[in-house]
Structure formats: C-alpha cells, structure tokens
Design a protein around this ligand. Sequence first.
Ligand code: CTP
Ligand code: MG
Length: 222
Amino acid sequence: MKIAALIVAAGRGSRLNADIPKQYIPLNGPCALHRSINIFLSVSRVKAVACVIHPADLSRYNEVVEQLASPALHAPVIGGDTRGASVFAGLNALSAFSPDAVLIHDAARPFMPMVVINGVIDALKDTAGACAALPVVDALWADENGKAGHSVARDGLWRAQTPQGFHFDAILAAYETSDGSAADDVAVARAAGIEVSFVPGSEAGYKITTADDLARALRDTA
Ligand code: CTP
Ligand code: MG
C-alpha cells in the first residue's frame, strides 16, 4: 500500500488564544507542527507527507521545515475556514500522488507514538477506515440546569484521536459529497458508509487545545 500522511495545521488556535497559532509555539525546542511532521517522516511505510497551512503562516512554515528537508515532504497546501475544508484541500492536492491510503493527523498532536500510527496502517489492510481511539473511562453525566442530571453509560464509547486513516479514493469521494458539518474525518467517512475500526490510541497523543494543554506540552518536553 502506498501511504501518505496529511497533517492539518491551518487552524488559528482561538481557544488557546496565544500570540501565534499553537502549532508554531516552540515546545522547549521544535514546535508541535515540526514534531508532528518528524514523526510521520520517521514511519518507513509513509511515502509522502503533506501539510495544510494558513496563508498567513507561510514564512513560519518555511522556517519549520528548513531542518526537515526530505524528499517525502510535499509542498504545503493552503487550507480553509474549517478543519473539514482544510482536509478536503489537502486530499485534493495529494491525489496527484495517487496514494492507496491516507493518514489524516492534527498538527496539534505532536506526541503521538509511532506504534499508534503503525497500528492504524496495519488496520487499513482489513477495513477502509481506522481511527486511533481510547475507551472512555470517566463516569459521564448529563447536565440538568448546571447540576448533575442523569448518568450516561460509558460502555462502548470511544474518544477519537488522530491519525484517522482511510483508503484514499473512498475518503476523497466521501469529502466530495460532505456538507462540511462533520466533527472529524470519521464522521465524514461514516456518513458515506465507510467502515471504520478502532485502533488503540495513546494518552501521550493528546491534542493541544487549551492553555492547560500547552503547559502540559511544555512540561512533557522540559
Ligand atoms: N485545522 C485546520 N484548518 C482549520 C481548522 C483547524 O487545518 N480551518 C487544524 C488545526 O491546525 C489543528 C487541527 O485541525 O491542527 C485540530 O483543530 P483544533 O484543535 O480545533 O485547532 P484550531 O482550530 O487551531 O483551534 P481552535 O478551534 O481553538 O481555534
Ligand atoms: Mg478548531
């Protein structure tokens, strides 16, 4: 299987609200985007890596990839206003490479272990879609007027992470018919009837979303 990785990095990080988008903030050295690219370039079965970026970040991006020169790293793709639009732009650009499968990953998850990525690749032998995920372990409660209402069974519930991998032609076709409202790539795939299996994710693969997450990432790299 010819495998490509698509790293989406065109977001603005509004919840973190730092001076620059979170994926470019140095983490005691390389930023999250640099670390994410590096991991996928290190997976030998990944033959192409493409990043989706915001046009305002082009010079930042060029600085990040300066030390990452690799024939597998493709030119950056300009993203859109939503994550889905950014993924779709990236898939369209990657179609020139004719991959058999694509691993879609958030640049804001810089510490995803290689074993998880390899697990997603392995699962794509058997299903058209595979998602890194962790079972929900906390008790879940539905809010009723700001107080605990009724509990919600957590059995069979998963927290989706990335990478989310798919057979390329199937996910491209799914995005072509998607209305843009999907929460993630699995949602786009499921809406198009693509079967998606769960692959063990990792707590280490958390997404930097809030200031607390950034503080954790700075501790993890100290
Ligand atoms: N992303 C993207 N294009 C967008 C929105 C998000 O490529 N229009 C990317 C982000 O750069 C990030 C990943 O999708 O790597 C997950 O999104 P999220 O964590 O929500 O990042 P942001 O959208 O940047 O953050 P926020 O929602 O707080 O603004
Ligand atoms: Mg967002």
